[in-house]
Design a protein around this ligand. Sequence first.
Ligand code: PGA
Length: 252
Amino acid sequence: MSAAFRRPLFAGNWKMHKTVAEARVLVRAIVARGPCPGADLVVCPPFTALAAVGEELRGSEIALGAQNMHEAPCGPFTGEISAAMLCELGVRYVILGHSERREYFNETDAAVARKVRAALDAGLVPIVAVGETAAEHAAGAAVAKVTAQTLAAFSAASAQEIGRCVVAYEPIWAIGTGNVDTPSGADAVIGAIRACVPGLGEARILYGGSMNADNARALMAEPNIDGGLIGGRSLDGDSFVACVLASEHESR
Ligand code: PGA
């Protein structure tokens, strides 16, 4: 662990789930589970539910996050959302470069880098997602893949700015499959990410991919893992908070 204390952080990535009414029910359930004093919590609903979820979070310690944004401040980009639009709704974090965006929406490393720059300029905290495919994993190429993605994503940011960012290591083969990475395997890759760009020593680096209340504790026991980016298990208030509480019992 680096000299600076890296407070655990858990972000719920709701993906394309929850209408506004459903989002209100879910976030109320998370808030009702009470505070999690040992960790920062972030919920990332779809764009349409950001305003309502932000309203429900008023007065709580839980932060609001978005799942994507466009890099331009405004312009003729039909269907896109800018950083300023997110900030106006009280958004503080934004997931950038999730593997689903890279795979289904052709998001490139260069685009992720531009988005990171725009997010930092707007005062948002980027949660930069990186990860290797099953084939890359099998070929022993995980570290090469994710360090290249990480270097590219932060190519337009200073070490000081990078220290305030968040990275999520999400092996693609582990996302939504139930095939969680081993704690030591995830820690080794995250250690390599931490070492590949100046500033990441201080940054929080999360693990993502089938994280749940049963495996969170062992993952969080690893020295380089500072929290989780949680998909499926963040769609239920009890199971999301259970992940956080399980890992709180792990003394670091
Ligand atoms: P999962 O998703 O927890 O459902 O595996 C994680 C993610 O895609 O961020």
